[in-house]
Design a protein around this ligand. Structure first.
Ligand code: FDA
Length: 391
């Protein structure tokens, strides 16, 4: 096969398919090369098989990046409403689960089918089972070599995602190509990932399976959602969200009783002096969690006999309980990657590399990472559209 394409898109994931469809429908001749045996594998397993395809409230504030302004332009030009209109135009039934998270009523397959249909409308050629071995750039032409042959085009889009879930074939391939062309990489880290506990905090592993509605914070970010104790440490939506902001050596701070007015434990002492720490905690938390927290707080006497100072300190600790994770469960369990191809290298309008004509990067490969809840697909759609409209 030779010079019959205007652009080659590497990766038939969320961003690559959207980009190709958009460019194809503008009359560009687009080839997608996908390593896996079928397109959109991560979409198929997303959202528990129902694909949380966007978040209706998605805005720049829901993303992490070394440059928090970078995502603004693309997100403003292709909004959650735009993707929802597309979903509705295919008659796909959907529902809002919680916090603006939109899911298919049926199956994630519907989203992959939609994207493939959009590609077909743009006469996009999708070739699966094509593992890209090498990329060259000579005389304004990109040559991509796979085990099946070589393909040439004046533009190349890196849409091969991040290294999260290597079991599904995810690798740091996007970074390898970017480095080959001299683009900087912001150090990739696992994100939306469970955290592991060690030391004397292993005690909490004994309550594996227990969850609580908390506010979990890391750095300046905090998330009011459920936290789950696991046999390795901490998980659940609140922890996954906080994990993206967590840095090794820093604590995760949990408010176990969000919304309580200051002094509630002194009020409890006055109103129910015969109550114990265990019994008041059990009113709001699961019995096993209440036991462990009460034991750690070390107030064994009835509240009526406990000094006010000790109760104030206990209240403070329950509102700012510090866990010291010794690590994460790594890329094997991470839903996404923080970091990636530096946004300083790319145009925020087109996703094209500023210094290398015709080279684009979109989706998770780029240093833009969304919160849990449909934000990552919205970035894939928006960055895909930005590049697709520029090719
Ligand atoms: P994506 O990973 O989708 O696609 C990259 C493609 O490139 C893959 O098809 C891969 O095979 C291909 N590729 C890689 N190397 C290649 C090579 N060398 N040659 C050719 N092709 C190559 N987000 C969200 O918003 N809502 C949700 O419900 C979920 N749920 C979810 C569940 C799970 C278990 C995970 C792991 C992740 C999610 N996510 C999510 C995150 C979301 O899946 C992710 O952000 C997007 O898929 C990123 O889209 P990309 O197109 O950038 O990469």
């Amino acid at each position: 096969m030779s010079d019959s394409f205007d652009a080659i898109v590497l990766g038939a994931g969320a961003a690559g398919l959207m980009c190709a469809a958009r460019a194809g429908q503008r009359g560009r001749r687009i080839l997608i090369l996908e390593k896996a045996d079928k397109p959109g594998k991560k979409i198929l397993i997303s959202g528990g098989g129902r694909c949380n395809f966007t978040n209706i409230g998605a805005g720049p504030g829901n993303y992490l990046s070394s440059n928090p302004h970078f995502a603004k332009s693309a997100l403003a030009r292709y909004t959650p409403r735009d993707f929802l209109d597309l979903v509705e135009s295919y008659g796909i039934a959907w529902h809002e689960k919680t916090l603006g998270q939109l899911f298919c009523d049926g199956s994630a397959t519907q989203i992959v089918d939609l994207l493939l249909e959009e590609c077909a409308k743009g006469d996009v050629t999708v070739r699966c089972g094509e593992d890209v071995a090498a990329v060259r750039h000579d005389g304004g032409v990109y040559t991509v070599t796979t085990q099946h042959g070589s393909y040439r085009a004046p533009s190349l889009v890196i849409a091969t995602g991040g290294p999260s879930i290597p079991k599904m074939g995810a690798t740091g391939f996007a970074y390898d190509i970017a480095r080959q062309f001299g683009l900087k990489i912001v150090e990739p880290r696992p994100a939306l990932v469970p955290l592991t506990l060690g030391g004397d905090e292993v005690l909490f592993r004994e309550i594996s399976g227990v969850s609580a509605h908390v506010v979990a914070g890391a750095g300046k970010a905090s998330f009011p959602e459920a936290a789950l104790f696991t046999h390795r440490g901490l998980s659940g939506p609140a922890i996954l969200q906080a994990s993206s902001y967590w840095r090794a050596g820093e604590p995760i701070v949990i408010d176990f009783l969000p919304g309580r007015a200051t002094g509630w434990l002194l009020d409890a002492k006055r109103d129910t002096p015969r109550a114990t720490m265990r019994s008041v905690l059990k009113e709001a938390l699961s019995a096993r969690l209440a036991d462990i927290l009460a034991e750690k707080l070390g107030i064994e006497v009835e509240l009526g006999n406990a000094p006010d100072k000790a109760l104030r300190a206990a209240e403070e600790r329950l509102a700012h309980w510090q866990f010291h994770p010794n690590g994460t469960e790594g890329f094997a369990k991470a839903e996404v990657t923080v970091g990636g191809i530096s946004t300083a290298e790319l145009s925020s309008k087109t996703m094209e590399a500023k210094r290398i004509a015709g080279l684009y990067a979109i989706g998770e490969a780029v240093d833009v990472t969304g919160w849990l809840g449909g934000y990552n697909f919205q970035w894939a759609w928006a960055s895909g559209v930005a590049a697709g409209d520029a090719l």
